[in-house]
Design a binder for this molecule. Structure first.
Ligand SMILES: NC(=O)c1ccc[n+]([C@@H]2O[C@H](COP(=O)([O-])OP(=O)(O)OC[C@H]3O[C@@H](n4cnc5c(N)ncnc54)[C@H](O)[C@@H]3O)[C@@H](O)[C@H]2O)c1
Length: 363
């Protein structure tokens, strides 16, 4: 069957013999997906990675760790296609030992403006790939579904653990709840080895400019005003993308008995307001705070998110390793050095919506 994991990993977890050959990554040309592909590609030279991505406005072939025109396909192959295409998904899942499902429409504001494709991709796309995992259950050792903290809505407790009620506040969040519960039902019904991961807000290299941290940084580089929704008091738990990749790696290599049917938050356990993030970016990039401008608040806004990571710490020994200051510094450096990669997204930054106060605005 598959190959064994690299020697160093075997030494760390001697009691587990993990046999992994091929990993299918959906949405691997997007932000977190491409960081994950790069992480696995560099860490596990024995693994084969298959990327399936529809290259929507948010996916870029240049995000992958190799030039796929030159790569011979032995270690990393790219399939341009849609997760809703059952024929293609069956073909790829049937060759895979592990599936990591990132592919989704992901921009909250865009889901307020036009949500049809969110339900199509996030819910029906997940159904297609979960059905394929069911069909090839003798081959697929585990299916890791990437859900999101947005499924919880605004925090009701100091820190939100995996038992927090699911109260989605936007069409994006509702679509992700649909996918999350669909995957859970496949575990409950068919006892298939599904694991659900709920990352909190990620930031880092390769993030689309429609998201707050990358937009703030690139606005500073371009000498533009920084646009902050409402009064900037909404708060989120931000986690550096490499820490998320390490968490998924832990789930991928854990004893399956410890993780199947489980849900894991991936967070920093600290929340920070969007205004304080804008101020940190401005300070670290040597700009004046007067460039921060306030625009109308987004409807369906989540007021605060703070994750509880006790479960993943206890079961898998994972904790974040990169501090906010360090992660933000690395992210700023990446955007400074890679203008050629993000410049082509400039036209996609603004979405027309009607704000809480009823005004029509570009967000
Ligand atoms: N970015 C975050 O802060 C965050 C936080 C929690 C969870 N998540 C989840 O993590 C996953 C990845 O998020 P991201 O920020 O990297 O998103 P992203 O928008 O940067 O990337 C999404 C990728 O999916 C691809 N895709 C979209 N529709 C597809 C389809 N129908 N078929 C195949 N590929 C398709 C896109 O081309 C793109 O490459 C998503 O499931 C998202 O809900 C993201």
């Amino acid at each position: 069957m598959g190959q064994r994991v690299s020697k160093s990993l075997q030494e760390k977890s001697k009691e587990i013999i993990i046999v992994i050959k091929t990993i299918l990554v959906t949405g691997g040309a997007g932000f977190i997906g491409s960081n994950f592909v790069r992480y696995i590609y560099n860490k596990y030279p024995d693994y084969k990675i298959i990327v399936l991505d529809a290259l929507t406005y948010a996916g870029f072939i240049e995000n992958l760790p190799v030039d796929i025109n030159k790569e011979n396909g032995d270690r990393l192959s790219f399939w341009y296609g849609n997760v809703k295409n059952g024929e293609l998904v069956d073909t790829l899942v049937s060759q895979s030992d592990v599936v990591v499902h990132f592919a989704a429409e992901t921009h909250v504001t865009r889901s307020i403006y036009d949500n049809y494709i969110f339900f199509e991709t996030d819910v029906l796309g997940t159904q297609v790939i979960a059905n394929a995992a069911l069909k090839y259950k003798n081959h697929v050792e585990r299916f890791i579904h990437i859900s999101t903290s947005e499924v919880y809505g605004t925090a009701r407790s100091e820190k939100m653990n995996e038992e927090e009620p699911l109260m989605p506040m936007s069409p994006y969040a509702a679509a992700k709840v649909g996918a999350d519960r669909l995957v859970y039902s496949y575990w409950a019904t068919y006892e298939l080895p599904f694991v659900i991961i709920r990352p909190f807000n990620n930031y880092g290299p390769y993030q689309h400019l429609e998201k707050a941290v990358s937009r703030f940084i690139t606005s500073c580089i371009l000498d533009e005003p920084i646009r902050v929704h409402g009064d900037g008091s909404v708060a989120r738990d931000f986690i550096f993308v490499e820490d998320t990749c390490r968490a998924i790696d832990r789930v991928m290599h854990a004893d399956i008995e410890k993780v199947k049917g489980e849900i894991f938050n991936v967070a920093s356990e600290h929340h920070r307001t969007i205004l304080s993030i804008a101020q940190d970016v401005v300070r670290m990039m040597g700009k004046d705070e007067s460039i921060i401008k306030f625009i109308g608040d987004r409807p369906g806004q989540v007021f605060r998110h703070t994750g509880d990571i006790a479960k993943i710490q206890r079961i898998l020994g994972w904790s974040p390793e990169i501090s906010w200051e360090e992660g933000l510094g690395k992210t700023i450096e990446w955007y400074r050095k890679n203008r050629h990669l993000w410049e082509k997204q400039l036209w996609m930054r603004a979405v027309p919506i009607i704000t809480k106060s009823g005004k029509r605005e570009l967000h």
